[in-house]
Design a protein around this ligand. Structure first.
Ligand SMILES: Cc1ncc(COP(=O)(O)O)c(C=O)c1O
Length: 423
């Protein structure tokens, strides 16, 4: 039976580039042998010290009648567990001096859901029939946003300026001169650190965006999935910001708890109330497990110590290893650059003049059991089809063990080297 789907149904159920890719990666993973080099996912690393803390917490919870009842046998209010929201607000006040209370906090089922709510709350068709958009000041941006708009024309984005920051290294900057914030822009959105590039927008760029948003009377959404205070995977100096016109999202995923699906929105009170209503309508309440596991660590501030002393050094070392391996393995065999690694879990590699598309390179690498993410998926919301850069990049995760990263980069070098001339 072929039931007709609504417009919204078709948008959500009709598949997406990223959905197909994740499916492809998932099947490749399921059918793979021991030689597979999985550099494609956004999976956080398994950090033994961190995993043992979760196991310890699960033991404590299972032995406590109160805690296990809270975690498993009750619905939280749609906004989130009051104890957890209070603890998060306290942590943000103490860490950064922000004037936030639990009325500024809403939980969601993962950061991904927070963005679905926020984008569709603020943009799309308005009651007066006009249409509003979410503006991404800089692409490449997080692939997970790309198919989230219930209105198909919901996103607008701009290409960045490229600064060459050292041998084989570059950094994207927002091109403020060409970034137009038209009257139909409902909100500005950035991830910081950015997935896929590891870019951390400078404090100056964030200040400038914040001023523009304030002047226009629109929110600035900052996706802090990898940022401070947790998991704190930032290798540079970057000041976290929040204000009455800023919506900041956090997540427990990159701390090592993606399975708990816990997203945290820090926002003006009316946005929090709206998110809470959306949670009630779509899901009644949020998963409690992540909130219950991390509550004492947030209350005591232990989560800050773990972020600073365990998680950050772990990924800093991984990043340094991956960069050194890329330099050694790619050498001068062909033209290449990597984005300056300032945070998150990825190296963003650019092969100027690549004679095939990044999707074709993905296919060739997959045939050799190396899984990466082709870069073109991260350029959405702009019609820059004539910009070759869009098709010359790939994202490589460095969260895996060193041997996998090194072997994967070696095969990437062989495939790209077979296609291009020496640099
Ligand atoms: C930048 C960014 N934002 C949001 C998410 C969503 O994460 P989650 O839904 O697991 O919190 C991810 C996941 O990889 C991400 O990289």
């Amino acid at each position: 039976m072929n039931y007709p789907f609504s417009n919204i149904g078709q948008g959500l159920a009709g598949g997406s580039g990223i959905g197909e890719l994740m499916d492809d990666l998932g099947h490749a993973l399921a059918n793979a042998g021991p030689d597979l080099k999985m550099l494609g996912g956004g999976q956080p690393a398994q950090i033994p010290e961190i995993n043992s803390i979760w196991q310890q917490r699960l033991r404590e919870i299972s032995e406590s009648d109160v805690e296990s009842r809270r975690m498993l046998t009750t619905y939280d209010p749609p906004q989130g567990s009051p104890n957890f929201m209070k603890a998060i607000a306290g942590l943000l006040r103490e860490s950064f001096g922000w004037d936030v209370s639990e009325e500024n906090i809403a939980l969601t089922s993962g950061g991904q859901t927070a963005f679905f709510y926020l984008f569709n709350l603020l943009a799309g068709e308005m009651p007066d029939g006009t249409k509003r958009k979410i503006l991404f000041p800089l692409v490449p941006e997080y692939i997970g946003y790309a198919a989230q708009g219930l209105d198909p024309e919901m996103f607008r984005s701009f290409r960045p300026e490229i600064e060459h920051t050292g041998p084989n290294e570059f950094k994207y900057h927002i091109d403020f001169e060409n970034m137009e914030v038209a009257d139909d822009v409902a909100a500005i959105c950035v991830s910081r650190p950015t997935n896929p590039t590891g870019n951390v927008l400078t404090d100056g760029e964030v200040k400038h965006l914040s001023e523009i948003a304030k002047e226009k009377g629109i929110p600035l959404i900052i996706d802090n999935a990898y940022g401070a205070p947790f998991p704190g995977i930032i290798f540079t100096e970057a000041k976290p910001v929040w204000d009455e016109h800023i919506i900041l999202t956090l997540s427990l995923s990159k701390l090592g708890l993606p399975g708990t699906r816990t997203g945290i929105v820090v926002a003006p009170k009316e946005i929090v109330r709206a998110i809470s209503s959306m949670t009630a309508i779509t899901g009644l309440a949020n998963p409690s497990i992540g909130q219950q596991i991390t509550l004492p660590l947030i209350r005591s501030g232990e989560i800050l110590r773990l972020s600073k002393e365990v998680i950050l050094p772990f990924y800093r070392k991984k990043s340094a290893f991956a960069q050194a391996a890329a330099r050694e393995i790619f050498g001068n065999r062909f033209p290449w650059h990597m984005h300056r690694s300032e945070g998150a879990l990825f190296l963003w590699l650019w092969f100027p003049g690549l004679p095939i598309s990044s999707a074709q390179l993905y296919g060739r690498l997959k045939a050799r059991q190396v899984l990466v993410i082709p870069g073109h998926h991260f350029f959405f919301g702009c019609d820059d089809e004539d910009w070759p850069h869009r098709d010359e990049c790939i994202r490589v995760s460095f969260a895996m063990d060193e041997e996998t990263v090194r072997d994967g980069l070696t095969i990437i070098a062989e495939e790209v080297g077979n296609l291009t001339q020496p640099a």
